[in-house]
Design a protein around this ligand. Sequence first.
Ligand code: 3PY
Ligand code: MG
Length: 241
Amino acid sequence: MNDVPGFVDGLRVGVPATLRGLWVTFLTPFGLEAASGSGADWIGVDLQHGDLDAAQLAPLLRVADVPVLARLGSHDPAALARAIDAGVDGVIVPTVESAAEAERLVAAAHLPPRGRRSGGLARAGLVGAPERPLLLPMVETRQGLEAADEIAATPGIDGIFVGPYDLALSLGEPVRSEKVLDAIREALAAARRHDRITGAFTGDPGLAADLDDRGVALDLHAIDTDAAALRTGLAALLGAR
Ligand code: 3PY
Ligand code: MG
């Protein structure tokens, strides 16, 4: 979706309620149109683990009826700039583990004087997409957790997005274990201390309930993937046997 200053700016000043997102891993523009009106407040296009590549981002943006965040596959500054040029409302960057990495992302995302991103004739400018989309590093390793406070404190970073499943792998515990739930709470408390946005993917209502029970408030909650929604919807339609 284009020109949604309410979404980006609203999140920067603090939203009163959780915004629920659908994690898109394979939908074509037609698929996204079919999913429109389903209640998602935003779309996260997964360019890391999904079946989509960067060239498929702009066609999805053209038909999205809610704001779109791109979860990138790496810290590559060129990939990050391409997503911003395409007109996203935010970028979610995997496995950020230090303030130095966060600073490099800020340099890649921001135009001068704060950063080094090149300005140019891009779709974002044509359609009035945010010049400064949300920049959300993912905390999803033990090292990232230890650096969560300094990552959140980095000027130009908008929040912390937790990847519970990689965090569980890194900590060597099941995702719904006390250790991982405490780690998620700790990472997002760091974001709150610095008045930043909190976000996470859950993909499991049980995990979402565990976080809720622990008072973890998510500004951006990626509920589940399009693939999971298809499977659940089909099972409900056909009656899984
Ligand atoms: C994780 O849980 O590690 C994620 O990256 C969620 O998409
Ligand atoms: Mg992950």
